[in-house]
Design a binder for this molecule. Structure first.
Ligand code: ADP
Ligand code: ZN
Ligand code: ZN
Length: 720
């Protein structure tokens, strides 16, 4: 008997056994197969081929079809099995997640290529006076071959006109032109610190080494990665560059291509299935030498890997928030380790985890303490709000003056506010009623232009009421400042300058953000008001002033990671100012200018700030000085979720070195109608955690949670 052990995309642990005809050649591990599962047919991946099963033969079903040769190599299979164990998630779902969408289905294994068309000889000459659409298509094609998409975009009713013209032989199918690479540009000559960093990376080229490249904003980290990447390419190796979601802009991709003289293949959620498959297959065949992607690209097949780079390694978007809750950064480190290649983790504000690893000597700590070229760090100013000045859209008169003087000198001004919408709260001035989400323990955000209240947690939206639903008073007012309000206030206060709002509402689609960045890079004085999207990584040399309106909440948050995130945010926002020739300034409005965290940050001393936080974590036994996992449960009635977690706690007797605490309500106690509770699981040593969670989760499955109570375990959670 031949048994195939198959990983299937179902929320059950372990592999599933199927019989396979011995007369057929045995599929290699990593091959995709179609198998019956209940009444469905599923695509799975063979992980093992065995001679026997623990189940009696009568209960085994046979494999329907072997789809193709191995699409995951042994190394990736090993990595995915490690992920399943470490993140305590069913291996079948982990394996399925690592495949591009099209390979999770039975269909074809080659990406769809777009149709291109060209004019034929008779197409050039035909008289098309009475077929205006065909004539318009000809006009486009006279400039050269064009894709179907171009034609459809530019000519109304193009689809049927193309069909007619194909029939009449006026157009024919054409090869898509090869993609134009920007011409190769030599980078600047590296300064001493950059050269040392590069040398350290190159020294590690033939073995595993984690390298933490801690360089202040604008210190030239990207130049270092690119030179290291170029050397890896020269040695015939592939390079994988992982970026946070917002960091992956077309502009950055062009910069990488120009510097490396090599096409950069992208992999992220903005691509369609076919584009993702194309990158994946080309990486697997070795044609793609440079892959640039967000966290899911960490599972890219790479026959000749030479270097991994994680840019902005502290960024929370490397952590997946549903399904297998893995950290793309941490998986990349594990993978580099398994492959025996170097991995560079770069950031101006490294995570405490990575700093801790550097301190323990697990990573080499490389530092770029100065900005590259002639740019200097922005000057910090803490603006004490305790004087009770009247604020306008959250801005004090002194900040407004500062903004004015920067604009007058031709500078660009960036104002950071981490709240979308017009106001975070809508309230009744007569009785104090506030608009709350009926499904979440949260206020609804008032979006003024859209005339709607929106819950930013569950997405529920409704019309803004014309009067208070409690007392009928028509005087409803917003409290607090969102980016929409900020935009309005800035527009009124500075009518001579353009105001650009940058958030998820105003920047739908990648292109709108990219084209805004292009406009801003032209350098004309302007105001930019926006969220996270503005804080990260973008190089805007015209910005001379960056302002954070209010970050005080984070000083007193219940989340132990809040101060770390605050520091990273403030340093990143201040790092947007003064990247060009002119000196930059950063202003933080606060009611707590004496706070020790803020004082470290104001000296632009992120290392001292991080040291302080690490000491605090150590005292409290929090990560990275212990390992943390969360068991979370949610149900439509709070008792249900709580009772399940109580039973979970009773069912286990944690071994020495593992502590459980809870159940506690989550910070957002109710979301989308579900009450959420969690149990903290803390381990002094990480490897004990993995073992304990295996055993604990199998007990939990045996407990049979009540229907309509869902639970999951998250390892190394970032948000509480
Ligand atoms: P980071 O990635 O640390 O933010 P970048 O690599 O993007 O920094 O560099 C910031 C700016 O400084 C870029 O415009 C880059 O071209 C320039 N730069 C980098 N290294 C040097 C250098 N050695 N000499 C001059 N300019 C440099
Ligand atoms: Zn009222
Ligand atoms: Zn809600």
């Amino acid at each position: 008997m031949r048994i195939l052990r198959v990983a299937l995309p179902v929320p059950l642990p372990g592999l599933f056994d199927y019989t396979h005809d011995r007369k057929q050649p045995a599929p290699e591990p990593g091959s995709r197969v179609v198998v019956p599962f209940g009444r469905r047919r599923l695509v799975g991946v063979v992980l093992e081929v065995a001679g026997s099963s623990e189940l009696p033969e009568s209960r085994l079903k046979s494999v329907h079809q072997v789809l193709d040769g191995p699409c995951l190599d042994r190394h990736l299979l090993e990595l995915l099995q490690w992920c399943a164990r470490y993140y305590c998630h069913p291996v079948g779902e982990v394996v399925s997640m690592a495949l591009p969408g099209l390979l999770r289905r039975t269909g074809r294994r080659s990406p769809a290529t777009e149709s291109w068309y060209a004019l034929t000889e008779s197409g050039h000459q035909a008289s098309l006076d009475r077929a205006p659409r065909q004539d318009s298509i000809r006009a486009v094609l006279q400039e050269g071959p064009a894709s179907r998409k171009t034609l459809v975009d530019r000519v109304d009713g193009a689809a049927s006109a193309i069909a007619r013209m194909l029939e009449k032989g006026l157009v024919c199918r054409a090869e898509p032109p090869p993609r134009q690479l920007p011409s190769r540009v030599a980078g600047p000559e590296l300064n001493t610190d950059q050269r040392h960093a590069l040398a350290a990376i190159l020294q590690a080229r033939n073995h595993y080494q984690g390298l933490l490249l801690a360089g202040v904003t604008g210190s030239g980290k990207t130049e270092v990665y690119l030179q290291a990447a170029r050397r890896a390419l020269d040695r015939g190796r592939q390079v994988l560059l992982l970026l946070p979601e917002i960091g992956l802009t077309p502009q950055l991709v062009r910069r990488i291509e120009a510097r490396l003289g090599e096409q950069a293949w992208t992999y992220h959620s903005g691509l369609n299935d076919s584009e993702r498959l194309a990158t994946w297959l080309n990486a697997a065949s070795g044609k793609a030498r440079v892959i640039v992607g967000t966290r899911s690209a960490v599972f890219m097949p790479l026959p000749e890997p030479g270097l991994f780079v994680i840019d902005e390694e502290h960024d929370g978007s490397f952590k997946q928030q549903d399904g297998p809750r893995y950290s793309g950064r941490d998986v990349a480190v594990m993978r580099a380790n398994m492959l025996g290649i170097p991995i560079v983790l770069g950031s101006a504000t490294p995570s405490l985890e990575s700093l801790h690893n550097a301190r323990l000597g697990r990573y080499r700590h490389l530092k770029l303490p100065e900005r590259a070229g002639t740019a200097r760090m922005a000057r910090w100013r803490m603006l004490d709000l305790r004087g009770k000045e009247k604020l306008e859209g959250g801005l004090s008169p002194r900040v407004l003056q500062t903004i004015d003087s920067h604009l007058e000198k031709g500078g660009q001004v960036l104002i950071f506010r981490n709240r979308r919408g017009y106001a975070p709260v809508l309230l009744c001035t007569a009785c104090g009623w506030q608009a709350d989400c009926h499904q979440c323990s949260a206020h609804m955000t008032w979006h003024h232009k859209a005339g709607r209240l929106v819950c930013h947690h569950c997405g529920h939206t409704q019309r803004v009421p014309t009067a208070c639903p409690d007392c009928g008073d028509p005087n409803l007012r917003g409290r607090g400042v969102g980016t929409e309000r900020l935009e309005e206030v800035l527009g009124q206060r500075f009518p001579d300058y353009p105001v650009y709002r940058v958030d998820r509402d105003s920047m739908r689609g990648r292109d709108s953000f990219e084209s805004l960045l292009e406009t801003v890079r032209k350098g004309e004085a302007c105001l930019l008001a926006g969220t996270q999207m503005l804080a990260k990584g973008h190089h805007l040399p015209g910005v001379t002033l960056a302002v954070v309106i209010d970050a005080d909440q984070a000083l007193f948050s219940a989340d132990f990671r809040a101060p770390e995130r605050l520091g990273q945010l403030l340093i990143q926002v201040s790092g947007r100012a003064g990247r060009g020739d002119r000196e930059g300034e950063f202003v933080l409005q606060t009611l707590h200018p004496e706070h020790p965290w803020l004082k470290d940050l104001a000296r632009n001393d992120y290392p001292a700030f991080a040291e302080r936080l690490l000491e605090e974590r150590k005292t409290a036994d929090l990560p990275p000085y212990s390992a943390l996992a969360m068991l979370r449960a949610e149900a439509s009635r709070p008792e249900t979720a709580q009772a399940f977690l109580d039973r979970a706690l009773e069912s286990t007797d944690p071994p020495e070195g593992i502590e459980l605490a809870g159940p506690f309500p989550s910070v957002l106690a109710r979301r989308a109608g579900q009450y959420r509770f969690q149990v903290w699981i803390q381990a002094r040593e990480r490897n004990r955690m993995t073992g304990f969670l295996q055993q604990f989760t199998s007990q939990l499955r045996a407990l049979k949670s009540p229907r309509n109570c869902r639970w999951h375990v998250e390892v190394d959670p970032l948000s509480l």
